[in-house]
Design a protein around this ligand. Structure first.
Ligand SMILES: Cc1cc2nc3c(=O)[nH]c(=O)nc-3n(C[C@H](O)[C@H](O)[C@H](O)COP(=O)(O)OP(=O)(O)OC[C@H]3O[C@@H](n4cnc5c(N)ncnc54)[C@H](O)[C@@H]3O)c2cc1C
Length: 380
Protein backbone atom coordinates (compact mmCIF):
# COMPACT_ATOMS: atom_id res chain seq x y z
CA UNK A 1 0.00 0.00 0.00
CA UNK A 2 1.51 3.34 -1.02
CA UNK A 3 1.06 6.33 1.24
CA UNK A 4 2.47 9.72 0.38
CA UNK A 5 4.51 10.45 3.51
CA UNK A 6 5.54 14.07 4.10
CA UNK A 7 8.86 15.08 2.41
CA UNK A 8 10.66 15.38 5.78
CA UNK A 9 9.73 11.77 6.61
CA UNK A 10 11.10 10.64 3.22
CA UNK A 11 14.30 12.64 3.83
CA UNK A 12 14.59 10.86 7.18
CA UNK A 13 14.09 7.52 5.37
CA UNK A 14 16.92 8.29 2.95
CA UNK A 15 19.43 9.19 5.66
CA UNK A 16 18.43 6.20 7.81
CA UNK A 17 18.72 3.84 4.83
CA UNK A 18 22.28 5.04 4.13
CA UNK A 19 23.18 4.64 7.78
CA UNK A 20 21.80 1.08 7.81
CA UNK A 21 23.66 0.21 4.60
CA UNK A 22 26.91 1.43 6.15
CA UNK A 23 26.45 -0.05 9.62
CA UNK A 24 24.28 -3.17 9.53
CA UNK A 25 26.85 -5.96 9.30
CA UNK A 26 25.69 -9.41 8.18
CA UNK A 27 26.59 -10.94 11.56
CA UNK A 28 23.76 -8.94 13.16
CA UNK A 29 21.14 -10.19 10.68
CA UNK A 30 19.15 -13.41 10.53
CA UNK A 31 19.60 -14.16 14.22
CA UNK A 32 17.04 -16.74 15.24
CA UNK A 33 13.72 -15.31 16.27
CA UNK A 34 12.83 -15.46 19.95
CA UNK A 35 13.83 -13.30 22.79
CA UNK A 36 16.12 -15.05 25.20
CA UNK A 37 18.20 -17.52 23.23
CA UNK A 38 21.88 -18.16 23.65
CA UNK A 39 24.31 -15.86 25.47
CA UNK A 40 26.08 -15.30 22.12
CA UNK A 41 22.86 -14.12 20.49
CA UNK A 42 22.12 -11.86 23.44
CA UNK A 43 25.64 -10.39 23.24
CA UNK A 44 25.17 -9.66 19.50
CA UNK A 45 21.78 -8.07 20.14
CA UNK A 46 23.30 -5.87 22.85
CA UNK A 47 26.16 -4.85 20.57
CA UNK A 48 23.77 -3.89 17.76
CA UNK A 49 21.48 -2.12 20.21
CA UNK A 50 24.30 0.05 21.57
CA UNK A 51 25.35 0.91 18.01
CA UNK A 52 21.90 1.99 16.88
CA UNK A 53 21.33 3.89 20.16
CA UNK A 54 24.60 5.80 19.86
CA UNK A 55 23.54 6.84 16.34
CA UNK A 56 20.26 8.18 17.78
CA UNK A 57 17.99 5.63 16.07
CA UNK A 58 17.02 3.33 18.95
CA UNK A 59 13.90 5.29 19.99
CA UNK A 60 13.64 8.36 17.79
CA UNK A 61 10.37 9.47 19.40
CA UNK A 62 12.08 9.88 22.78
CA UNK A 63 13.15 13.39 23.83
CA UNK A 64 16.65 14.41 22.71
CA UNK A 65 17.86 14.68 26.32
CA UNK A 66 17.36 10.93 26.81
CA UNK A 67 18.92 9.87 23.51
CA UNK A 68 15.97 10.21 21.10
CA UNK A 69 15.32 12.70 18.32
CA UNK A 70 11.92 14.11 19.34
CA UNK A 71 10.73 12.55 16.08
CA UNK A 72 7.17 12.52 14.76
CA UNK A 73 4.90 9.48 14.70
CA UNK A 74 5.31 9.19 10.92
CA UNK A 75 9.11 9.10 11.30
CA UNK A 76 8.67 6.42 13.93
CA UNK A 77 6.68 4.36 11.41
CA UNK A 78 9.34 4.98 8.75
CA UNK A 79 11.99 3.75 11.19
CA UNK A 80 10.05 0.53 11.82
CA UNK A 81 9.55 0.02 8.05
CA UNK A 82 13.24 0.49 7.27
CA UNK A 83 14.43 -1.74 10.13
CA UNK A 84 12.17 -4.49 8.75
CA UNK A 85 13.21 -3.90 5.16
CA UNK A 86 16.91 -4.14 6.05
CA UNK A 87 16.42 -7.28 8.18
CA UNK A 88 17.99 -5.58 11.21
CA UNK A 89 17.48 -7.30 14.57
CA UNK A 90 14.86 -6.05 17.00
CA UNK A 91 15.83 -3.98 20.02
CA UNK A 92 17.18 -6.06 22.87
CA UNK A 93 14.99 -4.08 25.27
CA UNK A 94 11.52 -3.81 23.70
CA UNK A 95 9.54 -3.85 26.95
CA UNK A 96 11.82 -1.27 28.54
CA UNK A 97 11.82 1.10 25.58
CA UNK A 98 8.17 0.80 24.57
CA UNK A 99 6.37 0.27 27.88
CA UNK A 100 8.49 1.12 30.90
CA UNK A 101 10.33 4.22 29.65
CA UNK A 102 7.07 6.16 29.09
CA UNK A 103 6.09 5.30 32.68
CA UNK A 104 9.44 6.56 34.00
CA UNK A 105 9.18 9.72 31.85
CA UNK A 106 5.66 10.40 33.14
CA UNK A 107 5.90 9.38 36.78
CA UNK A 108 9.63 9.25 37.56
CA UNK A 109 11.86 11.69 39.42
CA UNK A 110 14.64 13.53 37.57
CA UNK A 111 17.17 11.28 39.30
CA UNK A 112 15.36 8.15 38.00
CA UNK A 113 15.17 9.54 34.45
CA UNK A 114 18.89 10.35 34.48
CA UNK A 115 19.85 7.05 36.01
CA UNK A 116 17.78 4.67 33.91
CA UNK A 117 16.71 5.95 30.50
CA UNK A 118 19.96 6.19 28.53
CA UNK A 119 21.23 2.86 29.84
CA UNK A 120 17.88 1.29 28.92
CA UNK A 121 18.09 2.74 25.41
CA UNK A 122 21.57 1.31 24.79
CA UNK A 123 20.60 -2.10 26.20
CA UNK A 124 23.15 -1.68 29.01
CA UNK A 125 20.32 -2.62 31.37
CA UNK A 126 17.56 -4.98 30.27
CA UNK A 127 14.13 -4.44 31.76
CA UNK A 128 11.12 -6.65 32.38
CA UNK A 129 7.56 -5.98 33.47
CA UNK A 130 6.53 -7.75 36.69
CA UNK A 131 2.75 -7.37 36.68
CA UNK A 132 1.04 -10.79 36.30
CA UNK A 133 0.73 -13.20 39.20
CA UNK A 134 -0.69 -16.71 39.54
CA UNK A 135 -4.00 -15.14 40.68
CA UNK A 136 -3.87 -11.87 38.71
CA UNK A 137 -3.69 -11.77 34.91
CA UNK A 138 -6.61 -10.17 33.06
CA UNK A 139 -7.81 -9.07 36.49
CA UNK A 140 -4.48 -7.42 37.24
CA UNK A 141 -5.79 -5.31 40.10
CA UNK A 142 -6.21 -8.50 42.17
CA UNK A 143 -2.44 -8.71 42.57
CA UNK A 144 -1.25 -9.68 46.03
CA UNK A 145 2.56 -9.45 46.11
CA UNK A 146 2.95 -7.60 49.38
CA UNK A 147 5.22 -4.66 50.24
CA UNK A 148 5.47 -3.56 53.87
CA UNK A 149 6.85 -0.13 54.81
CA UNK A 150 9.86 -0.67 57.08
CA UNK A 151 11.11 2.89 57.37
CA UNK A 152 13.94 3.32 54.91
CA UNK A 153 12.91 0.37 52.71
CA UNK A 154 10.02 -1.82 51.54
CA UNK A 155 9.97 -5.48 52.52
CA UNK A 156 8.55 -7.42 49.59
CA UNK A 157 7.17 -10.97 49.45
CA UNK A 158 5.25 -12.65 46.63
CA UNK A 159 5.41 -14.18 43.19
CA UNK A 160 5.19 -12.98 39.59
CA UNK A 161 4.62 -15.13 36.48
CA UNK A 162 5.11 -14.84 32.71
CA UNK A 163 7.85 -12.31 33.20
CA UNK A 164 9.23 -11.84 29.67
CA UNK A 165 13.07 -11.55 29.75
CA UNK A 166 12.89 -12.21 33.51
CA UNK A 167 15.74 -14.70 33.38
CA UNK A 168 18.27 -12.16 32.15
CA UNK A 169 16.72 -8.81 33.08
CA UNK A 170 18.72 -6.39 35.22
CA UNK A 171 15.66 -4.39 36.36
CA UNK A 172 11.95 -4.99 36.71
CA UNK A 173 8.99 -2.62 36.85
CA UNK A 174 7.20 -4.32 39.73
CA UNK A 175 3.64 -3.83 40.93
CA UNK A 176 3.08 -4.57 44.60
CA UNK A 177 0.24 -4.16 47.08
CA UNK A 178 1.00 -1.66 49.82
CA UNK A 179 -2.49 -1.13 51.24
CA UNK A 180 -5.57 -3.31 51.30
CA UNK A 181 -8.59 -1.15 50.54
CA UNK A 182 -12.14 -1.59 49.31
CA UNK A 183 -11.22 -0.65 45.78
CA UNK A 184 -8.68 -3.18 44.54
CA UNK A 185 -7.21 -0.57 42.14
CA UNK A 186 -6.21 1.58 45.10
CA UNK A 187 -3.35 0.48 47.34
CA UNK A 188 -1.10 -0.72 44.49
CA UNK A 189 2.41 0.74 44.29
CA UNK A 190 5.06 0.55 41.57
CA UNK A 191 8.74 0.02 42.38
CA UNK A 192 11.79 -0.27 40.16
CA UNK A 193 13.33 -3.53 41.32
CA UNK A 194 17.04 -4.28 41.03
CA UNK A 195 17.02 -7.96 40.08
CA UNK A 196 20.34 -8.52 41.88
CA UNK A 197 18.90 -7.74 45.32
CA UNK A 198 19.05 -10.60 47.84
CA UNK A 199 15.78 -12.58 47.93
CA UNK A 200 14.97 -12.14 44.21
CA UNK A 201 14.90 -15.45 42.33
CA UNK A 202 14.14 -15.56 38.59
CA UNK A 203 13.28 -19.14 37.66
CA UNK A 204 13.20 -19.64 33.85
CA UNK A 205 10.03 -21.15 32.36
CA UNK A 206 10.55 -23.39 29.33
CA UNK A 207 7.86 -22.69 26.74
CA UNK A 208 6.32 -24.88 24.02
CA UNK A 209 9.06 -23.70 21.61
CA UNK A 210 11.74 -24.97 24.00
CA UNK A 211 12.96 -21.46 24.81
CA UNK A 212 13.33 -19.89 28.23
CA UNK A 213 11.82 -16.58 27.28
CA UNK A 214 9.87 -16.18 30.51
CA UNK A 215 10.65 -16.48 34.16
CA UNK A 216 8.69 -16.82 37.34
CA UNK A 217 9.93 -14.29 39.85
CA UNK A 218 9.97 -15.30 43.50
CA UNK A 219 10.40 -12.49 46.03
CA UNK A 220 11.33 -13.51 49.54
CA UNK A 221 11.96 -10.78 52.13
CA UNK A 222 13.42 -8.49 49.47
CA UNK A 223 14.49 -5.11 50.90
CA UNK A 224 13.86 -2.46 48.28
CA UNK A 225 15.09 1.08 49.04
CA UNK A 226 12.46 3.82 49.19
CA UNK A 227 14.19 5.64 46.29
CA UNK A 228 12.99 2.80 44.04
CA UNK A 229 9.38 4.02 44.25
CA UNK A 230 7.97 5.06 40.83
CA UNK A 231 5.15 7.59 41.27
CA UNK A 232 3.24 7.87 44.55
CA UNK A 233 2.66 5.26 47.22
CA UNK A 234 -0.70 3.50 46.65
CA UNK A 235 -1.04 5.20 43.24
CA UNK A 236 0.66 2.47 41.20
CA UNK A 237 -2.45 1.81 39.12
CA UNK A 238 -1.83 5.09 37.28
CA UNK A 239 1.73 3.92 36.52
CA UNK A 240 0.37 0.56 35.32
CA UNK A 241 -2.09 2.32 33.00
CA UNK A 242 0.69 4.48 31.48
CA UNK A 243 2.75 1.32 30.92
CA UNK A 244 -0.10 -0.72 29.39
CA UNK A 245 -1.33 2.16 27.19
CA UNK A 246 2.19 2.51 25.79
CA UNK A 247 2.25 -1.26 25.13
CA UNK A 248 -0.99 -1.01 23.09
CA UNK A 249 0.36 1.98 21.10
CA UNK A 250 3.05 -0.37 19.73
CA UNK A 251 0.51 -2.43 17.78
CA UNK A 252 0.52 0.14 14.92
CA UNK A 253 3.56 -1.54 13.37
CA UNK A 254 2.70 -5.18 14.13
CA UNK A 255 1.56 -5.69 10.53
CA UNK A 256 5.13 -5.24 9.25
CA UNK A 257 6.44 -8.46 10.73
CA UNK A 258 3.35 -10.55 10.02
CA UNK A 259 3.19 -9.42 6.37
CA UNK A 260 6.90 -10.09 5.93
CA UNK A 261 6.36 -13.64 7.15
CA UNK A 262 3.32 -14.11 4.89
CA UNK A 263 5.51 -13.09 1.91
CA UNK A 264 8.19 -15.56 3.08
CA UNK A 265 5.59 -18.34 3.27
CA UNK A 266 4.36 -17.58 -0.26
CA UNK A 267 8.00 -17.66 -1.45
CA UNK A 268 8.55 -21.03 0.26
CA UNK A 269 5.40 -22.41 -1.39
CA UNK A 270 6.61 -21.20 -4.79
CA UNK A 271 9.85 -23.18 -4.27
CA UNK A 272 7.96 -26.42 -3.52
CA UNK A 273 7.94 -29.18 -6.09
CA UNK A 274 4.58 -29.86 -7.74
CA UNK A 275 1.43 -27.83 -7.26
CA UNK A 276 -0.93 -27.25 -4.37
CA UNK A 277 -4.64 -27.85 -4.63
CA UNK A 278 -7.27 -25.13 -4.94
CA UNK A 279 -8.35 -25.41 -1.30
CA UNK A 280 -4.87 -24.71 0.01
CA UNK A 281 -4.33 -21.93 -2.54
CA UNK A 282 -7.49 -20.31 -1.25
CA UNK A 283 -6.23 -20.52 2.34
CA UNK A 284 -3.00 -18.80 1.31
CA UNK A 285 -4.97 -16.10 -0.50
CA UNK A 286 -7.19 -15.55 2.54
CA UNK A 287 -4.11 -15.24 4.74
CA UNK A 288 -2.66 -12.64 2.38
CA UNK A 289 -5.93 -10.69 2.53
CA UNK A 290 -5.99 -10.87 6.35
CA UNK A 291 -2.47 -9.37 6.35
CA UNK A 292 -3.65 -6.57 4.06
CA UNK A 293 -6.61 -5.91 6.34
CA UNK A 294 -4.28 -5.57 9.31
CA UNK A 295 -2.14 -3.07 7.39
CA UNK A 296 -5.20 -0.98 6.58
CA UNK A 297 -6.37 -1.06 10.19
CA UNK A 298 -2.93 0.24 11.21
CA UNK A 299 -3.19 3.03 8.66
CA UNK A 300 -6.63 3.93 10.02
CA UNK A 301 -5.33 4.03 13.59
CA UNK A 302 -2.36 6.12 12.50
CA UNK A 303 -4.60 8.57 10.69
CA UNK A 304 -6.81 8.82 13.80
CA UNK A 305 -3.82 9.61 16.02
CA UNK A 306 -2.51 12.23 13.55
CA UNK A 307 -5.92 13.90 13.65
CA UNK A 308 -6.03 13.89 17.44
CA UNK A 309 -8.38 10.93 17.83
CA UNK A 310 -7.15 8.12 20.08
CA UNK A 311 -9.68 5.36 19.47
CA UNK A 312 -9.93 1.76 20.57
CA UNK A 313 -8.23 0.62 17.33
CA UNK A 314 -5.36 -0.74 19.45
CA UNK A 315 -7.62 -3.48 20.80
CA UNK A 316 -9.07 -4.17 17.35
CA UNK A 317 -5.61 -4.45 15.78
CA UNK A 318 -4.34 -6.69 18.58
CA UNK A 319 -7.35 -8.94 17.92
CA UNK A 320 -6.80 -9.13 14.16
CA UNK A 321 -3.00 -9.46 14.55
CA UNK A 322 -3.36 -12.47 16.84
CA UNK A 323 -5.82 -14.11 14.43
CA UNK A 324 -3.56 -13.53 11.41
CA UNK A 325 -0.49 -14.72 13.32
CA UNK A 326 -2.25 -17.93 14.35
CA UNK A 327 -3.61 -18.48 10.82
CA UNK A 328 -0.07 -18.07 9.48
CA UNK A 329 1.20 -20.95 11.60
CA UNK A 330 -1.80 -23.14 10.69
CA UNK A 331 -1.69 -22.39 6.94
CA UNK A 332 2.09 -22.93 6.82
CA UNK A 333 1.67 -26.35 8.44
CA UNK A 334 -1.15 -27.30 6.07
CA UNK A 335 0.43 -26.06 2.86
CA UNK A 336 4.05 -27.04 3.46
CA UNK A 337 3.18 -30.38 5.09
CA UNK A 338 6.15 -32.25 6.59
CA UNK A 339 8.50 -29.37 5.70
CA UNK A 340 6.70 -27.28 8.32
CA UNK A 341 7.44 -29.75 11.12
CA UNK A 342 10.81 -28.17 11.86
CA UNK A 343 12.52 -24.81 11.66
CA UNK A 344 10.87 -21.43 11.53
CA UNK A 345 7.38 -22.60 10.45
CA UNK A 346 7.11 -25.06 13.34
CA UNK A 347 8.17 -22.26 15.63
CA UNK A 348 5.67 -19.88 13.99
CA UNK A 349 2.85 -22.34 14.68
CA UNK A 350 3.88 -23.08 18.26
CA UNK A 351 4.68 -19.52 19.33
CA UNK A 352 1.52 -18.11 17.76
CA UNK A 353 -0.54 -19.89 20.46
CA UNK A 354 0.49 -17.11 22.84
CA UNK A 355 -0.67 -14.25 20.58
CA UNK A 356 -4.25 -14.45 21.85
CA UNK A 357 -3.06 -14.17 25.47
CA UNK A 358 -0.08 -11.78 25.58
CA UNK A 359 -0.82 -8.10 26.08
CA UNK A 360 -4.53 -8.69 26.80
CA UNK A 361 -6.44 -11.85 25.90
CA UNK A 362 -8.72 -12.16 22.88
CA UNK A 363 -11.80 -12.42 25.10
CA UNK A 364 -10.91 -9.29 27.06
CA UNK A 365 -10.16 -7.41 23.83
CA UNK A 366 -13.48 -8.54 22.38
CA UNK A 367 -15.18 -7.06 25.45
CA UNK A 368 -13.41 -3.74 24.81
CA UNK A 369 -14.33 -3.73 21.11
CA UNK A 370 -17.94 -4.69 21.91
CA UNK A 371 -18.34 -1.89 24.44
CA UNK A 372 -16.22 0.92 22.97
CA UNK A 373 -16.48 0.31 19.21
CA UNK A 374 -19.91 -1.26 18.87
CA UNK A 375 -21.45 0.50 21.87
CA UNK A 376 -22.90 -2.73 23.27
CA UNK A 377 -23.84 -2.90 26.97
CA UNK A 378 -21.47 -4.51 29.48
CA UNK A 379 -22.10 -8.20 30.12
CA UNK A 380 -23.51 -9.19 33.49
C1 LIG B 1 3.78 -14.15 25.35
C2 LIG B 1 3.36 -13.60 26.69
C3 LIG B 1 4.13 -12.60 27.28
C4 LIG B 1 3.77 -12.09 28.52
N1 LIG B 1 4.62 -11.19 29.13
C5 LIG B 1 4.30 -10.71 30.35
C6 LIG B 1 5.20 -9.82 31.03
O1 LIG B 1 6.28 -9.50 30.54
N2 LIG B 1 4.85 -9.37 32.25
C7 LIG B 1 3.66 -9.71 32.85
O2 LIG B 1 3.39 -9.23 33.93
N3 LIG B 1 2.81 -10.59 32.25
C8 LIG B 1 3.10 -11.09 31.02
N4 LIG B 1 2.26 -11.98 30.40
C9 LIG B 1 1.05 -12.42 31.11
C10 LIG B 1 -0.22 -11.88 30.47
O3 LIG B 1 -0.36 -10.51 30.73
C11 LIG B 1 -1.38 -12.72 31.04
O4 LIG B 1 -1.19 -14.06 30.62
C12 LIG B 1 -2.70 -12.21 30.55
O5 LIG B 1 -2.99 -10.95 31.13
C13 LIG B 1 -3.85 -13.19 30.89
O6 LIG B 1 -3.82 -13.51 32.24
P1 LIG B 1 -3.87 -15.04 32.74
O7 LIG B 1 -2.83 -15.81 31.98
O8 LIG B 1 -3.79 -15.03 34.22
O9 LIG B 1 -5.28 -15.57 32.27
P2 LIG B 1 -6.72 -15.23 32.95
O10 LIG B 1 -6.86 -13.76 33.14
O11 LIG B 1 -6.88 -16.09 34.17
O12 LIG B 1 -7.69 -15.70 31.81
C14 LIG B 1 -8.06 -17.09 31.62
C15 LIG B 1 -9.14 -17.12 30.56
O13 LIG B 1 -10.30 -16.38 31.00
C16 LIG B 1 -10.64 -15.36 30.04
N5 LIG B 1 -11.13 -14.15 30.74
C17 LIG B 1 -10.56 -13.52 31.78
N6 LIG B 1 -11.26 -12.41 32.12
C18 LIG B 1 -12.31 -12.35 31.26
C19 LIG B 1 -13.41 -11.44 31.10
N7 LIG B 1 -13.56 -10.36 31.88
N8 LIG B 1 -14.30 -11.70 30.09
C20 LIG B 1 -14.16 -12.78 29.28
N9 LIG B 1 -13.15 -13.69 29.41
C21 LIG B 1 -12.24 -13.47 30.38
C22 LIG B 1 -9.34 -15.06 29.33
O14 LIG B 1 -9.58 -14.49 28.04
C23 LIG B 1 -8.69 -16.43 29.26
O15 LIG B 1 -9.22 -17.16 28.16
C24 LIG B 1 2.59 -12.53 29.17
C25 LIG B 1 1.81 -13.53 28.57
C26 LIG B 1 2.20 -14.07 27.36
C27 LIG B 1 1.36 -15.17 26.74
Amino acid sequence: MDFAYPPEAEAFRTSLRSWLEANLEARFCNLDEGTAGSPERLALLREWNAKIADAGYAAIHWPVEYGGQDASLIEQIVLAEEIHRAGAPPTVNPIGIANIAPAIMTHGSDAQKQRFLKRMLRGDDIWSQGFSEPGAGSDLASLSTRAIDEGDHWLINGQKVWNTFGAHADWCELLVRTTRSESKHAGITCVLLDMRLPGVEARPTTTITGETEFAEIFLRDVRVPKAALLGEVDQGWAVAITTLTSERAGVATLHLDVNKRIRELIDDVRKMEGTIDAGRREKLARLHLQGQLLERLSARALSGILHGRMGPEGSLMKLVWSEVGQSLGDVAAEVLGAQALGGRWAKAKLSSRSYSIAGGTTQVNKNIVAQRVLGLPRGT
